[in-house]
Design a protein around this ligand. Sequence first.
Ligand SMILES: Cc1ncc(COP(=O)(O)O)c(C=O)c1O
Length: 357
Amino acid sequence: MQPHDKLFTPGPVEVSAKTMAAFSRPMIGHRGGAFKNLYRDIHPRLQALFYTGQPVFLSTTSAWGVMEGSIRNLAGRSVLCCMCGAFSDKWLDVARRCGKDAEPLQVEWGKHIYPKELDRALASGKFDTVTLIHNETSTGVMNPLPEICCTLAKYPDVVLILDTVSSFSAMKIDMDALGIDVMLTGSQKALALPPGFSLFSVSEKAFSRAEKQKDRGYYLDFLEFKKQQEGWMTPTTPSIGHIFALQSKLEDIFEEGLDARYNRHQRTNALVHDWVQNAGFDFFAEENFRSKTLTCVANNKNIDVLAMAKALREKHHLVIDPGYGKRRGKTFRLSNMGDETEETVSHLLACLDDVLR
Ligand SMILES: Cc1ncc(COP(=O)(O)O)c(C=O)c1O
């Protein structure tokens, strides 16, 4: 491959040459035996990564397709949107644009969702659907999923739609044990695939809800996905290149081993955390609720973040994110997702030291 600027942004991330080679394999038809064999081959490993016995679906949309599709398939009475950053905030807007009655459960950016507040809101009996982002990529906050799922278990008529876009495959998220109804992720984060593709799984409870739902549409109708998956197909022509790339990535993931993979993300994340503290920066996300896959650094030293990111790109061919939306320049984000190792993350941190000097 030509020398290129390497992405340490919290998605998209660097895609390996092996994955890119799989992505560009010669095409196959999506209704033939070769495709069915491909889907059949990857499915048990996808179920293992989702920790589910439910079918796992392949969606040729970015994550927002499934996020919006989940609302269309499931939201009946009213949606409660847990909001703690740019992506979770936007879900309220998306639910309302789908014509649903939706209300916020909002905390300040940098804070996590409080299970007690969720409990209070659900006790009103108004809501039948909850949206939650496990790892809010804009702020670097990881929400307390087991505690939140414990609260939700008190409300069996409520379905939980969980976005694991920036945490999936970097840590264990046990869909079935936690009682998650829709769990979705995107391709371009910890899976280190090209962007534009997503994966999701749906509980029996959520399928029953979808059956009663009018206006599910077609492209993202969960029941169409279910029917087609039973014959190892997708409702419409999928991005076959992504599925070849996914097959190759699953080989890498299971060769490394799930625990080893999760531990690697922990270790590279700890390296970034040490660097933040040694360099005299603060964390934007509150303590005990920090992501394991990216770090949102608070610019308490008032450096010129954009100049730092530019120098890093020009001098070292490394790309970081200079803060999301309204936090641009006031924070910056460093990713340790995907294939990164202690060696590559240490290199990033040394280059950051160099441009900050
Ligand atoms: C947590 C989270 N959810 C949703 C999205 C939206 O993903 P996409 O733009 O790929 O649809 C992102 C993208 O960064 C994200 O980080």
